[in-house]
Design a protein around this ligand. Structure first.
Ligand code: ADP
Length: 421
């Protein structure tokens, strides 16, 4: 009886102790869970406080490393090239090599003390980066759940930062475009007005003075012709520009004798290149797969620029030679040249360098048109510095291979030098 009573008491005691233990364990788990929920809520609000990764990443890393006892933390993002780029690191062992984005998997259910944890940062099903850190004391399943939750918040914040940056870039591009259009309308009106006023002015001088001496008459006539020509070139550029904007470039590509075409265009431009020494060195029998009108427009634009941007007594050299499967058309001058920083931008629509805007008339269409035409020919156009410091434009035009079977012809034998002005 006594024994039975003791047993019952012992059993009751054991049940109470076990209840207390499980109650204590339950409350420890609840405390831990609450702390993790608090971490998720805190990080959620911290990540909303800025749209700059420079602000967000340090705050995120400090919070997460404290709360989950992680060290050697690194955050990497996927660059345009598709490779991971480390954008933030805290601690010395953070330089772990990341696998390919496609091979990244979420961490296991529990992590041993000192082990490296890697969490892919995913946005709408796509890996945008990775979080890595060493778990000083290991991680429980619940802690890993928390880490996954905060990393999802970080991935969303990174997405927002990128959207914001894209939006800012778009606003800046639209602002630039708007500015360029205003500048363009201004310069077109100015160009038209200048030429028309000059033509009207010299025509009335001619009309009003019957006794005018022949030299002066010839000078006025020449000024009228020059202004009419630049008006004509401007109108052609504007029409081409409007045409390409509406329907793209459409001229058919067919075998075109470039060795014949290039000197002809140079001849047509002789009045524009007046007072310049022009030398043309053309390798014979180069037949490109091209559109003759497009080649002509490209060369006319390059030559009229060579005339516009160089002083009256300069030298312009036009070359055409074979380089592998392509013909290379060069137009070089010994004018002021184009600063390296502007060599890409001059092909942008409406772009004019500040110094040229002062020294020469133009609206910034010619080289942009030339680039579109060259793309239509499946070629390339670049500019560098000519040996004597001026600008040297190089246009590569694919050759019609079957029509150019002969190996490269030595230039000294075949080149056809021409001089004009
Ligand atoms: P535009 O001549 O109407 O300004 P382009 O598109 O033909 O327009 O040229 C863009 C800019 O490139 C020019 O404003 C000028 O700054 C520069 N440029 C073009 N050709 C030359 C050249 N031969 N020498 C120096 N600068 C040039």
């Amino acid at each position: 009886m006594l024994f039975g009573g003791l047993l019952l008491a012992a059993l009751a005691g054991a049940v109470v102790a076990s209840r207390e233990r499980s109650g204590a364990a339950a409350s420890a788990a609840t405390v831990a869970r609450n702390q993790q929920l608090e971490l998720i809520a805190r990080i959620g609000s911290l990540l909303q406080q800025s749209l700059s990764l420079g602000d967000l990443l340090p705050v995120f890393v400090v919070e997460v490393s404290d709360e989950l006892a992680l060290h050697g933390i690194g955050i990497s993002l996927i660059a345009d090239s598709g490779e991971f780029v480390r954008v933030f690191a805290l601690g010395t062992s953070a330089n772990e090599i990341l696998p390919d984005a496609a091979a990244l998997v979420p961490p296991p259910l529990a992590v041993e003390p000192g082990a490296l944890v890697t969490v892919p940062l995913q946005r709408v099903g796509r890996v945008v980066g990775a979080f890595q850190g060493r778990a000083t004391a290991g991680l429980t399943e619940a802690q890993i759940d928390t880490l996954l939750a905060v990393c999802a918040q970080l991935a969303a914040a990174i997405g927002n930062v990128r959207l914001y940056q894209d939006e800012q870039e778009m606003v800046a591009r639209l602002r630039d475009l708007d500015h360029m259009k205003t500048k363009f309308v201004g310069s077109v009106s100015h160009e038209l007005r200048t030429s028309v006023t000059a033509i009207e002015g010299f025509a009335s001088l001619l009309q009003g003075d019957a006794e005018i001496d022949p030299a002066r008459r010839e000078d006025y006539m020449e000024r009228i012709r020059r202004n009419a020509r630049s008006l004509g070139l401007l109108i052609e550029d504007l029409l081409d520009f409007a045409r390409f904007e509406l329907s793209g470039v459409t001229g058919a590509l067919r075998p075109t004798d470039l060795s014949d075409l290039v000197p002809n265009v140079v001849d047509q431009m002789s009045s524009v290149l007046a007072n310049r020494t022009v030398s043309t060195i053309v390798e014979p029998n180069l037949v490109g797969i091209a559109d003759a009108l497009a080649v002509e427009r490209i060369l006319v634009n390059l030559l009229s620029n060579a005339a516009k941007y160089t002083p009256a007594d300069s030298t312009v050299t036009v070359g055409l030679e074979r380089d592998g499967d392509a013909a290379v058309l060069t137009v070089a001058d010994n004018g002021p040249g184009i600063p390296a920083a502007e060599r890409e931008r001059i092909f942008d629509l409406f772009y004019r360098s500040d110094s040229s805007s002062v020294s020469a008339r133009g609206v910034g269409i010619g080289l942009s048109l030339a680039r579109q035409l060259v793309a239509h020919l499946k070629g390339t156009i670049t500019v560098d510095e000519a040996p004597d410091g001026g600008a040297r434009f190089r246009v590569m035009i694919p050759l019609a291979e079957e029509l150019n079977p002969s190996p490269r012809v030595p230039e000294t034998e075949q080149a056809r030098p021409r001089a004009g002005g």
